[in-house]
Design a protein around this ligand. Structure first.
Ligand SMILES: Nc1ncnc2c1ncn2[C@@H]1O[C@H](COP(=O)(O)OP(=O)(O)O)[C@@H](O)[C@H]1O
Ligand SMILES: N[C@@H](CCOP(=O)(O)O)C(=O)O
Length: 309
């Protein structure tokens, strides 16, 4: 469960005073996610999500992230629209944390997506890229090569044995990532397009949530993250038909340029490096008081070997 900062019903009720959502009916912690504190917020105006932003989501990034969600929703994409308070602000403060309310999106995430679902998820990612192409906001990747190098340096202060050996490999991969061409088609990207952030309802994508790693970047890098997240088995081995389904779903909406296609394995290694490193960092520096279960870095580390050439 991800609740780093607890919120009582009385605190949520007080926070709600600024909004036109009526009284609080129920507040329930959400037992998923690893980044922010999330609560299901039942109000007289319906079901919403209350998020308190922690760690990697700094307040300065929120106008970009919430603005992107609003932009996508306006363009007809299934995004969780932010709710403004009575003064028109999306971002408030609760228990010392930046906090926001977004609309609840119906649906569930797929634990075992079939190839047809993979294709739909891939296609929705391409639609997101196209719908966001005219979004004017910009944000540097908060977990790009520089930030990953800083995480790596911090990990080195405590890592031993196999973890230290992993860091040696990741250090080399960050060097390769830095040298990748910077002239690929770019725009606002989701950057955390994992199955648990894509909800399905009645066989269709009903919601793309958790836009808090969203940033400006290469679309093909976002595709590589999507493939890394969706198309490999739990042990890190490749799911070839899933990989092809996700990729062809994406390309059914936005065919790749030849240079994007050529760079996909290198971008896949960059994605594997980023997620191995954040997971390793979070495991090494896990706070046992926080209600969160760190994720295993090993399957993403394995993608460095198993990504198809
Ligand atoms: N707008 C939403 N509609 C429905 N469920 C949501 C919404 N936002 C978050 N959730 C639920 O909360 C869980 C955690 O949210 P998420 O944003 O992924 O957390 P984190 O920021 O920690 O990564 C999701 O897996 C989903 O079950
Ligand atoms: N997707 C990341 C973790 C952060 O995202 P969340 O949506 O699971 O909170 C990973 O799998 O490492």
């Amino acid at each position: 469960m991800a609740v780093f900062t607890p919120v009582t019903a009385a605190q949520a009720q007080a926070f709600l005073q600024a909004y036109d959502l009526g009284a609080l009916i129920e507040l329930a912690p959400i037992a998923e996610g690893v980044e922010n504190s999330n609560f299901r917020l039942e109000t007289e105006a319906g079901r919403h999500v209350l998020t308190l932003f922690e760690r990697r989501t700094d307040a300065a990034a929120l106008p970009f992230c919430l603005g992107l969600t609003a932009h996508l929703a306006k363009a007809g994409r299934p995004a969780a629209e932010p709710v403004a308070d009575g003064s028109g602000n999306w971002i408030g403060t609760l228990n010392g944390r930046p906090a926001a309310i977004v609309k609840w999106v119906e649906g569930v995430w797929l634990r075992a997506p079939a190839d047809a679902d993979q294709a739909k998820a891939g296609a929705e990612l391409a639609r997101l890229h196209i719908a966001a192409a005219d979004y004017p906001g910009r944000r540097a990747n908060p977990v790009g090569p520089d930030a990953c190098q800083a995480l790596l340096d911090r990990c080195r202060t405590v890592a031993k044995g196999h973890d230290a050996a992993m860091l040696d490999v990741l250090a080399r991969e960050i060097g390769v990532w830095r040298a990748l061409p910077a002239d690929l088609p770019s725009g606002a990207i989701h950057a955390d397009y994992f199955p648990d952030n894509v909800l399905f309802d009645q066989g269709e994508v009903s919601g793309v949530i958790d836009v808090y790693f969203a940033c400006t970047g290469a679309w093909a890098y976002d595709l590589a993250i999507g493939l890394a997240a969706w198309a490999f088995n739990a042990d890190g081995s490749l799911g070839r038909s899933a990989f092809e389904a996700f990729l062809s779903g994406y390309e059914s909406v936005r065919p790749l340029r030849p240079d994007e296609r050529d760079l996909l394995p290198a971008l896949g290694r960059a994605a594997a490096t980023r997620f191995t490193l954040t997971r390793l960092h979070d495991r090494l520096f896990h706070d046992p008081e926080a209600l969160v279960t760190p994720k295993d870095p090993a399957p993403f580390f394995r993608r460095l070997e198993t990504w198809p050439a």
